[in-house]
Structures are given as C-alpha cells and as structure tokens.
Design a protein around this ligand. Structure first.
Ligand SMILES: [Zn+2]
Length: 322
C-alpha cells in the first residue's frame, strides 16, 4: 500500500486500509485476502491487487482496503467489513467499488467477459418436517400408505419449476434430507430436510415462501401426511447503487468487450458496504464456474481487462469527488 502512495495501517479488526494524504472524501476500492481451506488464488485477493494498481494510477482520490474474515472461516464473516463500516473512517468514504471473480458459471458459459452486479442475493433458509406413518414395507399397499419420504421427494422434484415460475433468476436447494426410521423395509414415517431459496429481490423471496408453503400443504394432503415449514435464517437481498451500476455499465460498454448485468449468488463485502455508502461491483468470469477450489481460474487477459474497466469507472467517479 505504501508503494501505491497510500498511508497504510491495520485497524482493530485486522483490515489493512490505505488512504491518500488528502483529507478525502475518497473512493474506496478493495476486497478481502482471507480465503477458505483448499481455496483458489483469486477469490478476494484479485480485488485487492486491482485496488492497489488503480490507487497507483489515480493518485489522491482512491483509498484501498483488504478486508479481514470475509469468508467467516476464522470468525463470523464478513466481520472485517462490518467493523470497518462501524468505525469513524466510513465518514471519509464517498463510495466503494469491488472487483471479484464471478464464482459461478454464467459469464463463462455465455462467453461474456465482464458482469455488472445489480444486486447481491438474499437467502431464506428453512427446515421442512413431514410427518406420515411408519409401517411395514411389504404388507402396506401404496394406497394405504402415509409415506413421508414420497411427499418429500415430490416437493423436491417440483421445486425447480415452482421457483422458476416466480423468478427466473431465483434458485432453491434441498441439500440435506433424512428419513425416519431409516430402514429399507419400513415406509418412512418422518422426513426432515433443509430448503434454501436465494433471490435478488425481497418480493420473490416472499412469493417463494408462500408458494412452497402452499405446495407442501397440497402434497402432504394428497399423501396423507402433515407438513411444517419453519424459518431458520433470512438475509435480505441488497441492490447495488444505481449511479455506480450505470458508471460500471458505461465503462464495460466503452471497453467494447461482451458484458451483461448479473446478480451475485454469493455474499460479498460489497453487500455490507452498500448499506452505508454508494457501492458497485464488477465480475470477471470464473472458468467453468469453479471457486472455493484449487481449480478456480481466470485467464490473465480477463483479469487485466477487469482491472482496466474498473479503473475507467473509478476515474469517472473520482472526478466527481470534492
Ligand atoms: Zn470473495
């Protein structure tokens, strides 16, 4: 950071922050340098290196940060950016831009080189419990069963169409299922599963909750079971700031390279910053969508290009600062 002309320090939460010697306000660029076990080399670190390069190119207006504990491996991430936003230094920040790999397959599969993030998803996590009647698997005919496993399987199988009909950008996942008593010769009496819904808008999270509840009730009635949907955790989606979305989109357009608007399905420090200052986020493709894996990769040409486009947008924004 000192080499990029910034006055650098570590704060109480181990965020490395460097700012120009000017009084501010500054445009803050950065990401995180913590990672996950067996993670790749780009998740987070790419955005920090880009921030330093851009701070070097645009002296006087741009501050840089490497946030601590974004992933939550060593704490309850993203704790670094949350504590940064609770500190007085946030009052000297005019806005925040984060450059990151997509960590998903959308840009790569569509052969696009840049993604302007519109919003970072909200996540609703539920527990689903279905109660039926455990019984003998040989003597109980289909029409006399109250098979909790069958009701659960029907809900899982229909989830994709149910959610896509409400929001083509939403996703839902059942990642964990148990059947009780759990024997090959007993009709399941209880099915328990997790159900997670992710979407870029609070409206579709709400609609999905209602639709899943109705479908669970309908299927359970048909199968002679009883279903319960219980909320475990909910985080709201957060939109990126429209003026910064526009600046990033204009910079992508000027680059002449193929790009699109995109929602982020993963959480980021930008979601924290966006609750406090103007915030924008730019993605470069992840080859085959791999991330949190040593197979994470983006061609150097696309990394450099992402940095150049972010620099272009940062320059436009920095010109408007007092
Ligand atoms: Zn990251």
């Amino acid at each position: 950071m000192a080499n990029a002309g910034l006055d650098a320090s570590l704060d109480q939460s181990n965020n490395a922050f460097g700012h120009p010697v000017t009084p501010g306000p500054w445009l803050l660029l950065g990401s995180h340098t913590d990672t996950v076990p067996a993670g790749g080399r780009l998740d987070g670190a790419f955005g920090v290196i880009a921030a330093l390069e851009i701070a070097r190119s645009l002296p006087g207006k741009v501050a840089a940060v490497s946030f601590h504990d974004e992933e939550g491996v060593s704490g309850r991430g993203p704790s670094g950016s949350r504590l940064f936003c609770a500190s007085p230094v946030i009052n000297r920040i005019a806005g925040f831009l984060e450059l990151h790999i997509e960590q998903g397959p959308v840009l790569d599969s569509e052969e696009l080189e840049l993604g302007v993030v519109d919003s970072i998803v909200g996540i609703d996590l539920y527990d689903v419990t279905i109660g039926g009647e455990p019984n003998h698997a040989g003597t109980t005919p289909f029409h006399l069963r109250r098979d909790a496993g069958r009701a659960a399987a029907r809900l899982i199988a229909g989830l994709k169409d149910l959610v896509l009909a409400l929001d083509p950008n939403a996703v839902a996942t059942v990642g964990y299922v148990t059947l009780e008593p759990g024997a090959s010769n007993v009709v399941p009496g209880v099915a328990k599963m997790t159900l997670e819904v992710r979407s870029g808008t609070p409206e579709s999270l709400h609609l999905a909750r209602e639709a899943i509840r109705e479908e669970l009730t309908r299927l359970c009635k048909e199968e002679g079971c009883e279903g319960q949907l219980t909320g475990v955790r909910s985080s709201m989606p957060i939109a990126m700031s429209q003026p910064y979305v526009n600046k990033l989109a204009a910079a992508c357009q000027r680059s002449g390279r193929p790009w699109r608007h995109i929602n982020s399905g993963a959480g980021h420090d930008a979601a924290v910053l966006a609750r406090h200052v103007l915030t924008g986020m730019l993605f470069v493709p992840s080859l085959n969508g791999f991330s949190h894996s040593p197979r994470e990769h983006t061609d150097d040409r696309l990394l450099v290009q992402g940095c150049q486009v972010l620099c272009d947008a940062a320059q436009e924004i920095a010109q408007t600062l007092g």
